[in-house]
Design a binder for this molecule. Structure first.
Ligand code: FES
Length: 165
């Protein structure tokens, strides 16, 4: 089955088995291995990418569902020589330890900060409304879909809060 979308601003066309997930299409067919496969069941967030600006667990989503979409992966945010502000703050705050969850954390935070700026409700709780400035507890709740086995959570939240200010 053919599917065409843009990945990190580049037009890509694939001929895929319709059962292939977006995560496997990115990693195995487009060689974009920054998005990680942790649980493959929508529970860890390591595979988070943006689809049309919204956070998606790419392990739960079939690639062929995204015809015409704009997909952004960690490779589309910055380069090792030119990190984007959030990537830079993760470095400054030691917002990672083993690093496996980091691409998903950064992609999720990127989408979350955009949601907050738009005033969109948290995907976790309708009681939260977006603010320009997010409390530590709000960041924790909005990022609760991204697990860090090393428990670098305080450093991750600090990195995010620096960009949110
Ligand atoms: Fe997708 Fe864990 S690999 S949520």
């Amino acid at each position: 089955m053919k599917v065409s979308f843009h990945v990190n601003g580049e037009a890509r066309a694939l001929d895929l088995d319709p059962r292939v997930t977006l995560l496997d299409a990115l990693r195995d067919h487009l060689e974009l291995t920054g998005s990680k496969k942790g649980c493959d069941h929508g529970q860890c967030g390591a595979c988070t990418v943006l689809v049309d600006g919204r956070r998606v667990n790419s392990c739960l989503s079939l690639a062929v569902m995204h015809e015409g979409s704009e997909i952004t992966t960690i490779e589309g945010l910055g380069t090792p020589e030119n990190l984007n502000p959030l990537q830079q703050e993760f470095v400054s705050c030691d917002g990672y330890q083993c690093g496996y969850c980091t691409p998903g954390q950064i992609m999720s935070a990127t989408g979350m900060l955009a949601e907050a700026a738009e005033g969109a409700p948290s995907h976790v709780s309708d009681s939260l409304t977006g603010k320009a400035e997010l409390s530590d507890a709000e960041i924790a709740e909005r990022m609760s879909g991204n697990l860090c086995r090393c428990s670098a959570y305080p450093f991750i939240r600090e990195a995010i809060s620096r960009v949110a200010e």
